[in-house]
Ligand binder design. Structure first.
Ligand code: NAP
Ligand code: MG
Length: 490
């Protein structure tokens, strides 16, 4: 039976009827504008240019931040360089104490951070509250534990910090990406200059406040806001010894080219086009939840999103029928509502990119499915979408969409699944759904992907390394591996 839009809407209505449950915003304070966090204080910028950051769910302006210029970036790198002398020589147990304090403050201020993260970026509050903020705190807690155990982390070697790290992060997990960057750098004795993304600078500004609250020595963390140009000033500054970048493959390649021969250490965490592979013996209902979590979590703005579903041909029909019904039950709307599953698209530019990619899918001949779904009038929105009848050559099967759009392909044999899953320039993650442990191991061995999830998807833990193969980048974040890019070993 073909599943119609009306039928999914009817079913959704029968199953769940929710009253609005918005999270309150009266406990947070967003300043009308922010300066730069340099040398332990918020300081007036040299640059007179400012730009607004908006709430993508309402298009309302939340605040204004500085577009830092060369002089501002220089000041930040010099502050970090000055702080490095004492921070790198501080007793490691004291460095740990600061990191534990930051972790505790992130927990104490979790509600405020979650609301700000949701307002600035559009992600559902249940995700910022249950995933982004707790994981950020856990990351600082984890690396605090390593700070005074570096000689155990690298036995028989002498780990030494590198100096000032220049770090540039994207907009999909603003605070979490900040934590992934700053926590290991500081634990190993480095100091940092970080540039948050243009559309989501506010949680980094709150983090600046947390650094002050934790009485972190001045200059150990510096935060400069701005656009791509400011990012490129940070990474190219001669005072920066180590560059850590998370963002698109396109910009990652540019950075690698520009740093060639500079002697700077570099790690790149870039894009992805992960395969989520479902075998005929998989627990179907669990797989449906994994597929939904894999691609619709954070509106699909996830580098490791399971954006290509590979389903074994023998179960394709029942699986798609269940999946379409499930899509009809996803609630799209106010990201601050605690029952919202799908929030706002992060920016107008990203929405246009998603729309363009979806159009290309239709033009190339794929079959589009979207459940009946009312989009709010203001803000940037895109309904949960899936494509069937997708050929591997279509753009929607090859390129990263970074939106709530799933491309479904089928396979017959495990070997064909491996072939299709690896048929991509990316290699960040993969998912395998099957009842057989031996098949999980067989598949994991053959996936050219940094992370392979088995009978689950999008699971994170600070102790577990994350990173890519091929055009998804190099270097690992998280775990013991995540310390390595921040130390020199003698
Ligand atoms: P992006 O355009 O590459 O931007 C990332 C960051 O770099 C932003 O702060 C951006 O500033 C800045 N930037 C832009 N041009 C630059 C340049 N020439 N030099 C230095 N910095 C520059 O990526 P995005 O659209 O923000 O993020 C989405 C991408 O990130 C996706 O491809 C996703 O897969 C990837 N991602 C990867 C991981 C991972 O761990 N592998 C995690 C999350 C996201 P503006 O904000 O002003 O543009
Ligand atoms: Mg914003």
């Amino acid at each position: 039976m073909a599943i119609t839009k009306r039928r999914t809407a009817e079913l959704a209505k029968q199953v769940f009827e929710y009253a609005p449950a918005p999270e309150s915003t009266d406990h947070i304070k967003i300043e009308p504008h922010y300066d730069l966090f340099i040398g332990g204080r918020m300081v007036a910028a040299h640059s007179k240019k400012r730009f607004p950051t908006i709430n993508p769910a309402t298009e309302e302006k939340l605040s204004e931040v500085v577009e830092a210029d060369e002089i501002d970036v220089d000041k930040a790198v010099k502050a970090a360089g000055k702080a490095f002398d004492s921070w790198s020589r501080l007793a490691p147990s004291r460095r740990a104490r600061y990191l534990f304090r930051i972790s505790r403050l992130l927990q104490e201020r979790a509600r405020e951070l979650a609301v700000v993260e949701t307002m600035d970026g559009g992600k559902p509050i249940k995700e910022s509250r249950d995933v982004d903020i707790p994981l950020s705190a856990a990351h600082f807690f984890y690396y605090a534990g390593w700070a005074d155990k570096l000689e155990w982390a690298f036995p028989n070697r002498k780990p030494r910090p590198l100096g000032v790290a220049g770090q540039v992060i994207p907009w999909n997990f603003p605070l979490l990406m900040l934590a992934w960057k700053i926590a290991p750098a500081l634990a190993a004795g480095n100091t940092v200059v970080l540039k948050p993304a243009e559309t989501t600078p506010l949680s980094a500004m709150l983090f600046a406040d947390i650094c002050q609250q934790a009485e972190l020595p001045p200059g150990v963390v510096n935060i400069v806001t701005g656009a791509g140009k400011t990012g490129s000033m940070v990474i190219s500054h001669p005072g920066v010894k180590k560059v850590a970048f998370t963002g698109s493959t396109e910009v990652g390649k540019l950075i690698q080219r520009s740093l060639a021969g500079s002697g700077k250490r570099l790690t790149l965490e870039l894009g992805g086009k992960a395969a989520n592979i479902v075998f005929e013996d998989a627990p179907l209902d669990a797989a449906i939840e994994g597929i939904v979590n894999g691609i619709y979590f954070n509106q699909g703005h996830v580098c490791c999103a399971g954006s290509r579903l590979l389903v074994q041909e023998s179960i394709a029909e029942p699986l798609l029928e269940k999946l379409k019904l499930r899509l009809g039950t996803l609630r799209l709307g106010d990201p601050l509502d605690k029952n919202t599953d799908i929030g706002a698209i992060n920016s107008k530019a990203q929405l246009e990119k998603i729309e363009g990619m979806v159009e290309s899918g239709v033009e190339e001949g794929a079959e589009l499915f979207q459940p009946e779904c009312k989009l709010p009038e203001r803000g940037f929105w895109f309904p949960p979408t899936l494509f069937t009848n997708v050929s591997q050559s279509y753009r929607i099967a090859r390129e990263e969409i970074f939106g709530p759009v799933l491309s479904v392909l089928t396979f017959r044999t495990p070997a064909e699944a491996v072939e299709k899953a690896n048929n991509t320039p990316y290699g960040l993650s993969a998912g395998v759904w099957t009842d057989k442990g031996s098949r999980i191991l067989w598949m994991a061995e053959r996936m050219r992907a940094g992370v392979v999830w088995a009978n689950t998807f999008n699971r994170f833990d600070p102790s577990s390394p994350f990173g890519g193969y091929k055009e998804s980048g190099f270097g690992r974040e998280g775990g013991l591996h995540g310390l390595l890019p921040y130390v020199e070993l003698n």
